[in-house]
Design a protein around this ligand. Structure first.
Ligand code: ZN
Length: 969
């Protein structure tokens, strides 16, 4: 019955355009194959059940020798790109160009499609949209004219997640159809809007995935399958969490293209759910997004659900899946510019045919899923092609039919954003002081914000309003610019109450906290009248050499460029002061670099370039010091998961830290101390035991990861004849021997749990508090041992990124908090339709509070000391002896360098937290001595997603002081 109704409807709908369709011949061979490969007749529409013929434009069948949706076949990105290029060569309705390179040197591309007159005049439309973007330059009358005459732009992207293969395949057929088909439906799209298509965002990963798929097809049944190891050079699935950091080439290329054209919609195609999810999310939605955008998400999604349901296609739904809170996804590049970001999640392409038997939680009829997926269906790549191509066409048609409406919304959003900072609620500006302590990183932050589209000025006069005083040279982010939305989004403080739906990703991201730089909001309108000039080029902090004398002193500011400076002069002797000292009328902190001699001219040029200031003095100060000798670094990755460790490599590569990169199985070969001084083994995910096991060894057939004639794209970062077996007990033993013999092992996140799990580090325990909820959040870090070289340069406190675990305890009070609940766990179970009405209590953070004297955070009088015995507020005074009661200085005791505050109420700076009592006085960073060496264990994540620049130097300090970590004990 279901099917019958759809057919009747389809016939009715085709009645009108039949004449137009009749004039255009159908490609009979292609159309027959669509029917042949479709696994279920319900997963189609009149939009995609045929393909028009063309005498001049090649179909995918003609070009590749197979139709889109052919089972058992995948197309390399380079061939998809060749096809797109051929389309543009064959038709004046398309234009093709490259938009940048990947880290591995492959092209990223775009194909623009519209009627031929529009394609010939693309720059005119680019100018029209730029005018609608900027109400400072465009009058209301001109805007009205443009809204009525110009064409909006819709950018389709896919292939960011390499195992999600259908989007890039489907987009080939869609491109052909949009160029060739003469039906009124397609003409309405082609003549009214400009469609951009970037079929593959993660080009490096696509090629590896296609290699891996075809390689696995050659293996005998039952043999272990090769997993997709690396995608891009740095990360895997996290490539879609780079929207804020924008470290990866793919994100930079997308951002640059976006800023050049400013499309009103960015629509990213993914695969993961049954059968098609059109994004809206559960909320809470990101506060900085204009309410108009929120309604536009819903309008698009409901159009998809209704039109697909009308055509009898089951399983198209919205709501759920994600929240709409965190701005780290690719399509937020559009949201920060007042445009619309959307995505689909589609039932997997395969590419082999398969069956889908979803659970009742997926097939029940709900308000957001009025026509739910079926309890059983035969699925295949053609089903995937049909369902997402139909939905995309419905979206494009809706956009074309309502183009003036969407252009007007876009204009209004840009205007409202600008007015917010001109006459509205503010802030009217944000000031980034140029002379702040971490001035080089502040300059970096300015450059990063500019690259992402924020206009920045430099103050030409002094100004004071409220608590903010501006000096000439300070950077000013004016609030009266349309893209201030980006500033609102990045600089705001997040308050994600745990009563909300479970967050999809991080809950806190406050830019200035993560980077530990001062960004000061100004609530006085008069800031807009201060003399200032636009920043038009890359900025750098003031740097160079002050004074005269042979000896150079560089204070330790924790500016990350200090690491670049140290590695750039690897053969120049540099020392670290072990205590603060006075010289040339200035105070230098413990950790300050002391350089007795060196190539002065070269050093000065480098300091200027890096924005670092050195003080020249006549003689070496008398302070106690040790040499900052650069270690030989081994960098171990796990073969079972290469998703996260790349963020650590990103920091090392950027700041010039050399290392040898190898898989966990190499550690088993031993002799590590002879080869390395430091071994870095970043977070993998999973339990300590899973690190030991790795990819399970089943049978004798090795699982190679390498370049070969069959797999030309594999083996890019690392290769191995057999990637199975993990660290193994042998590898763990060798790591233990390495540390015993004087090596320094640096671990973070899950790898921090390995030594404690096997009782190899004295007195460190890992806890699993059931009531704790701390999802990707920014908490207060208290430096408990400021004499440790790992803390050199840092203030008494700093914001840190923490994500639920590990919870590390030193001193054996494990289990004390096991029964402590905050009450919010129970609250989360209650029916609550207005969760944001109950905000969390955030702890305040100010840049003046975290001063160099070690003043602890304010703690309310009368608060009980935590059970661990450390009095509240002890953080700044130093002394590992606070932990576990034993006050003696014992060379084998783990040293707690950083910890969570003593009181849960002081922890949360931005994001979410419930059950924080479980973190009271727990360690954030431990230096555990072991034999002659050290294990440096991070519970926080110092190198998270190119966002936590403020904590990079905790890791860099551990590297630079690797053989002097006992200093200050
Ligand atoms: Zn995805």
């Amino acid at each position: 019955m279901h099917y019958w109704r759809k057919s009747a409807l389809a016939v009715a709908m085709l009645a009108l355009p039949a004449a137009a369709q009749a004039q255009q011949a159908i490609d009979a061979e292609y159309t027959a194959k669509i029917k042949e490969h479709l696994q279920d007749p319900r997963i189609t529409t009149e939009l995609v059940d045929h393909l028009p013929a063309s005498a001049t434009v090649p179909t995918p069948l003609k070009f590749h020798g197979r139709i889109v949706g052919t089972p058992g076949e995948l197309t390399y990105a380079k061939d998809i790109h060749r096809y797109f290029e051929a389309l543009a060569k064959a038709s004046p309705r398309a234009k093709y160009w490259t938009i940048g390179k990947t880290e591995e040197g492959r092209d990223m591309v775009v194909l623009a499609i519209a009627d031929s007159a529009t394609i010939a005049n693309l720059d005119k439309y680019k100018g029209d949209i730029a005018a609608l973007t900027d109400p400072r330059k465009t009058t209301e009358a001109e805007a009205k004219r443009l809204i009525g005459t110009t064409k909006p732009m819709y950018w389709l992207t896919s292939g960011i997640h390499s195992p999600e293969t259908g989007g890039p395949e489907m987009l080939q057929e869609l491109a052909y159809r949009l160029i060739v088909q003469e039906s009124p439906y397609i003409q309405a799209i082609r003549n009214n809007i400009i469609t951009f298509i970037t079929p593959v965002i993660e080009v490096d990963g696509r090629e590896k995935h296609v290699d891996t798929y075809y390689y696995n097809k050659t293996l005998p049944a039952g043999a272990a399958r090769l997993p997709l190891m690396y995608w891009g050079k740095y990360v895997a699935h996290d490539n879609n969490r780079d929207g804020m950091g924008q470290f990866l080439s793919l994100t930079k290329n997308v951002n640059d293209f976006y800023l050049a054209w400013k499309p009103q919609v960015m629509h990213d195609l993914h695969e993961s759910v049954t059968y098609l999810y059109s994004s809206t999310g559960t909320g809470p939605y990101n506060d900085a997004i204009d309410p108009i955008t929120v309604t536009e998400w819903w309008t698009f999604a409901q159009e998809d659900v209704r039109e697909m349901t009308k055509r009898g296609v089951p399983g198209v739904w919205t709501y759920g899946f994600y929240d709409g809170w965190t701005p780290n996804y690719m399509f937020f590049v559009a949201h920060t510019k007042n445009a619309i970001g959307r995505f689909y999640e589609v039932q997997s392409y395969g590419p082999d045919n398969y069956e889908v038997r979803p659970p009742a939680t997926t097939t029940s009829r709900e308000w957001f899923r009025p026509n739910p997926p079926l309890s059983y269906i035969k699925w295949g790549p053609r089903n995937n092609t049909n369902i997402q191509q139909s939905a995309v066409l419905i979206s494009l048609k809706h956009f074309a039919d309502n183009k003036a409406n969407y252009l007007e919304n876009y204009w209004i959003k840009n205007k409202r954003a600008m007015e917010k900072g001109k006459t509205g609620a503010g802030p009217y500006a944000w000031v980034i002081p140029a002379a702040q302590r971490r001035k080089a990183d502040a300059a970096d932050a300015v450059n990063e914000l500019r690259k992402q589209g924020l206009e920045i000025h430099v103050a030409a006069a002094a100004y004071k309003a409220g608590n903010v005083s501006v000096q000439p040279g300070d950077w000013v982010v004016r609030g009266d610019q349309p893209f201030r939305t980006l500033a609102d989004m990045y600089f705001s403080i997040q308050n994600y109450t745990p009563q909300n739906p479970r967050p999809y990703d991080d809950t806190g991201w406050t830019f200035q906290f993560m980077r530990n730089v001062a960004v000061l909001p100004v609530m006085e309108q008069s800031i807009l009248t201060v003399a200032m000039n636009p920043v038009i080029d890359k900025v750098r902090a003031a740097g160079g050499i002050d004074g005269t004398g042979a000896v150079l002193l560089v204070d330790h500011t924790t500016d990350n460029n200090l690491m670049k400076f140290r590695t750039a002069f690897a053969t120049t002797k540099m020392h670290a002061a072990e205590a603060s000292f006075e010289a040339a009328g200035r105070t230098f902190r413990a950790g300050a670099f002391i350089i007795p001699a060196g190539d002065r001219a070269k050093i000065e040029a480098s300091l200027k370039e890096l924005g670092i200031t050195a003080q020249a003095v006549a003689t070496v100060p008398t302070v106690k010091m040790h040499e900052l000798d650069l270690p030989r670094i081994g960098y171990a990755h796990a073969w079972q998961r290469t998703q996260d460790e790349g963020w650590v490599r990103a920091a090392l590569d950027t700041y010039g830290v050399p290392y040898n990169y190898f898989g966990d199985i190499e550690l088993r070969k031993g002799n590590l101390r002879a080869k390395y001084d430091v071994i870095i083994y970043p977070h993998v995910g999973g339990s300590a035991q899973s690190h030991i096991a790795g990819i399970i060894k089943n049978g004798d057939t090795p699982l190679p990861y390498k370049k070969s004639p069959k797999t030309p794209n594999l083996g890019a970062n690392d290769s191995a004849e057999d990637i199975r077996g993990g660290l193994g007990i042998e590898g763990l033993t060798e790591l233990y021997k390495f540390v015993q013999a004087g090596g320094t092992l640096i671990v973070e996140g899950s790898t921090s749990t390995i030594f404690p799990a096997y009782n190899l580090t004295n007195g460190v325990t890992i806890e699993s508090p059931s009531q704790l909820f701390a999802r990707g959040t920014i908490l207060r870090g208290v430096v408990a041992d400021r004499k440790s070289p790992i803390a050199y340069g840092f203030d008494a406190q700093l914001p840190v990124y923490f994500n639920q675990d590990p919870v590390m305890n030193v001193g054996g009070s494990a289990g004390v908090f096991a029964g402590v609940g905050s009450g919010s766990g129970a609250a989360a179970m209650m029916q609550n339709t207005t969760p944001n009405a109950n905000p969390l209590r955030l702890s305040t953070w100010s840049w003046n509070m975290s001063d160099s004297t070690g003043t602890p955070m304010p703690v309310a009088a009368g608060r009980p000391a935590a059970a661990g015995g450390a009095p509240a507020g002890r953080g700044g005074t130093g002394g590992a002896g606070a932990f576990g009661g034993a006050a003696s200085i014992d060379g084998t005791r783990p040293r707690v360098i950083m910890q969570f505050p003593a009181n849960a109420a002081d922890m949360l700076l931005s994001g979410t937290l419930a059950g924080g009592e479980a973190l009271q006085n727990r360690a954030q960073l431990i230096d555990a001595p072991l034999g002659k060496g050290h294990v440096v264990m991070f519970a926080i994540r110092p190198f998270w997603r190119w966002q936590t620049q403020g904590t990079y130097f905790l890791g860099f300090n551990a590297i630079l002081n690797w053989n002097d970590l006992d200093a200050g004990r």
